[in-house]
Design a protein around this ligand. Structure first.
Ligand code: ZN
Length: 181
């Protein structure tokens, strides 16, 4: 982000870490469920934490059950509105195109993510869906918050599947575990 954001980033640093730690907690729980460990939380400017979700694609057999989508649905329910104006979404992994689209649709103000995703990342890595001026809603974003923790979780999840020590269901019959996220 631009230098103009520097001061507020500094001020928000602790809040970002706190929220990301909660998202990481969700990611760990996803791993225990046999899901690719990705967690997300949404913070409302006045109400604080209004949504907390983890990837549930395998559990629900739902290709849209990414942590961010589930968190956005929860937040909309909590607010009784699809407009999540002023809210910040924290995800342990860079959002994919589907989630970046939902972030725009829900008018979320700010996105913070942990690890970058070279395969599916749609904020900075593969696509730049949140590029200012691209759509009629601009989203501030920041990546790399607790990045090591987030990517270590994912790496050890897939290592567990390769070693057969993880209960990740049906994984051995799939072409490549990394393609499951
Ligand atoms: Zn996604």
């Amino acid at each position: 982000m631009g230098d103009a954001q520097g001061v507020s980033w500094l001020r928000d640093e602790d809040a970002d870490l706190r929220a990301m730690l909660q998202a990481l907690e969700e990611a760990r729980a996803a791993s225990d469920d046999g899901e690719v460990p990705v967690g997300a939380v949404i913070i409302h400017p006045e109400r604080g934490l209004i949504a907390k979700a983890r990837n549930a694609k395998e559990t629900l057999q739902d290709p849209t059950a990414h942590a961010e989508i589930l968190a956005i649905c929860q937040a909309a329910e909590a607010l009784g509105s699809w407009r999540l104006e002023g809210c910040s979404l924290y995800s342990t992994l860079e959002p994919c195109p589907m989630c970046a689209g939902a972030i725009l649709q829900s008018r979320i103000e700010r996105v913070v993510f942990g690890a970058s995703d070279s395969r599916w990342g749609a904020v900075d890595s593969k696509l730049r869906v949140l590029e200012p001026g691209l759509f009629n809603h601009d989203v501030d974003w920041r990546g790399g918050v607790l990045e090591t923790e987030a990517s270590d979780l994912i790496r050890s999840f897939f290592r567990g599947i390769r070693d057969g020590t993880h209960k990740g269901s049906q994984s051995s019959s799939r072409p490549g575990p990394e393609s499951r996220k």
